[in-house]
Design a protein around this ligand. Structure first.
Ligand code: T6T
Length: 315
């Protein structure tokens, strides 16, 4: 099964060429373990990591679970640990449940760098490269507040509790919303890694609160589910939708008016910097413990400006 998931993620790794890169002989062996296979954010991250590995003469392979799931990612980690790469870049799917499996990697001698998500246990891993997700949640709330004229009912969705990134985004969102007396958070929902479930939940909320003003979907899958619900309920544009990430499909939906704002990350840069830190560690150079990449709030107004275009995820 693990082989199947890995093969799938290799086959669909996107427009960044082969699954591994080598400048020939003697290169360090790096493995990237994504949170989930075939997903635009992680594909971009892989592209950035792959380019950087090629530039530095390292070999990079990529593995991922087919779904966002602790048991599935544990299987992937166990097989990677057995292959003893020099370093592993990993986005753990749960900040606590993945601590044991990640320790297998360090126990087998691999240097560990967290990319995107991370563990609660700060003693594991040499470096953490991610967006400032709390800030991203605050930005989402500010963008939504503007869109709804600073008043009304809003809801927030994340896949599950326990994901380092989306937990921080929800916390940042709530922190900012609390500063807007005209806005009430009526619902905080965790549909799992399942767009269909997210659609059902938003459908339910729309029946319960027909005057719902806005939604913050804190990642791609919850965004996809929320957009589908608004389409079904014919509420597109009436209920303002802010999503994290900026996949080609999300950008298309922003242009079409289904989505009013995207909080875009720099997945290419996260991949690149993750490889740099791994290579620093392997070369005995200083390693930066915490690197925060940039975020930008994208709306229809700035979508076509060159400053913003570079934030949209390339595949
Ligand atoms: O938002 C990204 C990523 O940052 C997060 O950790 C999980 O979801 C995504 O991969 C988007 O689906």
């Amino acid at each position: 099964y693990v082989v199947v998931a890995a093969a799938l993620s290799l086959a669909l790794a996107g427009g960044c060429g082969n699954s591994s890169s080598s400048s020939g002989g003697g290169g360090k062996k790096l493995t990237l373990i994504q949170g989930i296979a075939n997903e635009p954010f992680y594909i971009s991250m892989y592209c950035g990591a792959k380019d950087e590995a090629a530039r530095l003469g390292a070999r990079l392979s990529v593995q991922a679970p087919a779904q966002w799931d602790v048991a599935q990612q544990t299987q992937v980690v166990t097989s990677v640990a057995a292959s003893r790469p020099d370093a592993v870049l990993i986005a753990p799917v749960d900040k606590d449940a993945m601590a044991g499996p990640v320790r297998q990697l360090t126990g087998n001698g691999s240097k560990v760098i967290f990319v995107d998500t991370e563990l609660s246990d700060q003693s594991v891993g040499l470096s953490r490269v991610s967006s400032d997700n709390r800030l991203g949640g605050r930005l989402a709330a500010q963008t939504l507040a503007k869109q709804i004229g600073d008043k009304g009912k809003v809801m927030v969705l994340a896949p599950t509790r326990g994901i380092a990134t989306t937990d921080d985004r929800v916390a940042g969102f709530k922190e900012e919303i609390a500063k807007h007396p005209g806005i009430t958070l009526v619902s905080e929902q965790y549909p799992g890694d399942d767009a269909g479930k997210a659609t059902e939940i938003v459908n339910g909320e729309l029946s319960k609160s027909p005057d719902l003003a806005g939604i913050f979907a804190s990642n791609l899958v919850t965004g996809e589910g929320s957009a589908a619900s608004l389409k079904q309920a014919k509420k597109v544009g009436k209920v303002k939708l802010i999503e994290f990430d900026a996949s080609p499909k999300q950008v298309e939906d922003l242009r079409a008016g289904t989505i009013q704002g995207l909080i875009s990350q720099e997945p290419l840069e996260i991949g690149r910097q993750g490889v740099d830190q791994a290579m620093n560690a392997l070369g005995g150079k200083p390693v930066t413990k915490h690197i925060q990449t940039r975020l930008v709030a994208v709306t229809k107004d700035n979508l076509d400006s060159p400053d913003v275009a570079k934030y949209l995820y390339k595949q």
